[in-house]
Design a protein around this ligand. Structure first.
Ligand code: ZN
Length: 217
């Protein structure tokens, strides 16, 4: 995810403008990636006012550069405590904000398996959004797809690649109808992600697209 897009997401989070599932995703990112916290802290101070100022216009990347400069001067690098993790041994750790909604840990969820991919839907009571944990075995690939709405993905463990790059722990990928991809877990470890979608995915593989009327992802 490029820095200006991440900054925009952090700013929207700091200003309390995100729907719950995306808010949770960004809060989990902040737990996993301490280096994002100083920017977020400044956005919390300035966020509301800044967002009101810039809302009608496209975001000015220079505004973020100036904020970053100010941030570097004022706060310097932050030593952050290690993120709280799920205590059970062997199970993937969930960041604390997410664990608050999954108190029994990932073992307590209802998982559905599709070959080497498994998913569990989280009920966050947020109409219009679907929130899932998706776990891919090493090297496993999702169906190629594009998006009818927005898709935000946060890597919790392991890493995956698609045509846009590589995403490791704490990384966020934002995708929409302009992105057609086939996320594939790295071959050396399973990959666990939190994904939020605002509309169904649309399969785009050569044969799979004929299944679209029958498949709701
Ligand atoms: Zn996608």
């Amino acid at each position: 995810m490029n820095p200006s897009t991440l900054d925009e997401l952090l700013l929207a989070h700091a200003a309390g403008r995100l729907p719950l599932p995306v808010d949770l995703l960004v809060a989990s990112h902040l737990t996993l990636r301490p280096e994002s916290r100083p920017a977020h802290a400044v956005f919390e101070q300035l966020g509301g006012a800044l967002l009101e100022e810039i809302d009608p216009e496209p975001l000015d990347p220079k505004a973020f550069e100036r904020l970053r400069d100010r941030l570097d001067r004022e706060t310097g690098p932050e030593e952050a405590p290690a993120p709280p993790v799920e205590p059970s041994a062997g199970a993937p750790a969930l960041p604390a904000p997410l664990l608050a909604y999954v108190p029994e840990g990932i073992g307590g969820l209802r998982w559905r398996r599709y070959g080497r991919i498994a998913e569990a839907v989280l009920d966050l009571g947020s109409p219009g959004f679907t929130t899932r944990l998706v776990r891919a075995e090493p090297g496993a690939a999702l169906f190629r797809h594009t998006h009818e709405g927005l898709e935000a993905t946060l890597v919790l463990e392991g890493a995956y690649r698609d045509g846009t790059g590589r995403y490791g722990p704490g990384d966020i990928e934002l995708a929409d109808g302009a992105v057609d991809h086939r996320p594939t877990a790295e071959p050396d470890a399973p990959c666990l992600c939190l994904t939020v979608t605002s509309a169904p995915l649309r399969l785009t593989g050569r044969f799979l697209r004929f299944l679209n009327p029958f498949v709701r992802l």
